[in-house]
Design a protein around this ligand. Sequence first.
Ligand SMILES: NC(=O)c1ccc[n+]([C@@H]2O[C@H](COP(=O)([O-])OP(=O)(O)OC[C@H]3O[C@@H](n4cnc5c(N)ncnc54)[C@H](O)[C@@H]3O)[C@@H](O)[C@H]2O)c1
Length: 344
Amino acid sequence: MSEKRAPLGIGVVGCGYWGPNLIRNFHQLRGSRVVQLADLDEKRLNHMEELYPEVQTTTDYEQLVQNDEIDAVVVATPVDRHAEVGLAALQAGKHVLVEKPMTRTSEEARRLIDEAKKRDRVLMVGHVFEFTESVRKCKSILDDGTLGDLYYINSQRLNLGLFRNDVNVIWDLAPHDFSILLNLLGGKRPRGVRAIGASHINPQVEDVATMTLDFDGGLVAFVQVSWLDPKKVRQTVLVGSKKMLIYNDIEPTEKLWLYDRSVEGPAEYETYAQFPYTYRYGDITVPRIGGAEPLRTEAQHFLDCINSGKTPLTDGHSGLRVVEVLESTDRSLSEGGARIELPA
Ligand SMILES: NC(=O)c1ccc[n+]([C@@H]2O[C@H](COP(=O)([O-])OP(=O)(O)OC[C@H]3O[C@@H](n4cnc5c(N)ncnc54)[C@H](O)[C@@H]3O)[C@@H](O)[C@H]2O)c1
């Protein structure tokens, strides 16, 4: 008979917009118990106490990370606080799940990775889209060669708001696109990054931006993010030599559309005018995607990694890779869209 494990004690720092979604999921999962919540804002804590009367609250996250009933700390503060809170939690011997983007700098990300390694604790980053069935299905379609050679990727994440003051639209939205891309490409890293952005509402903060990421072998990814669009768009298009795939996250059920379409040039031709193209228009198929809540899958994965000692899918290194791309977008923006090379 298998031994019944006690639920892991969870503390959540940051109960603003996103924190409550994490709290709800850890509260609902059998393998965890939300023990304590921390936020600087007492009003947020009062609201949380109404929803979860059994949970302790504090305005001092240091008190939470020292709580003996807590095994793991979830960091859902603005990104400027991620490194400080995450480090304090790791130093107190807790496992850490930190929201995206992992940290404000790659140096901070490396410190968290080193501390987690030193203390043998799980460090995971909340790249929630990597836990969607759609991204998993896209990856299996890519990995089995269905699309052929990948030519380019076009990823768009547009909406009206939600405006932030602490980071620009790239740091807010593009971590999702970058983590999806890096996941789909199996950890392959871009060689160069360019970013162009503009600020319209708050002069200090870019609210629209377009980026290109180029990879070895000619693959290029275009990423567009905006807080200033009339319509919500969350779409990634993958164009290969054999087929093309659209992942539209806004669609409630039919999120993936696989187009059996391609274009070919001839093997030989004599003059440019003779250059004939062959267009192939085949069927469109819509693979079935299940409806599990990705945040629940992410939270369960964090608990499983703590219990089994497994490395998370979205570990500190995957968080670092995304932060490195984000840092290079800052440099490119400040250099008028120049191409910034990333280390191999
Ligand atoms: N995975 C996703 O899809 C997703 C979506 C939205 C936000 N996020 C991420 O979640 C994090 C939080 O974003 P948000 O939109 O909830 O921000 P928010 O500003 O709404 O909430 C942050 C909360 O943290 C609290 N806080 C700040 N410093 C603190 C400290 N030192 N100790 C305790 N509490 C502190 C604030 O009082 C606030 O209530 C960010 O990293 C963001 O990028 C992720």
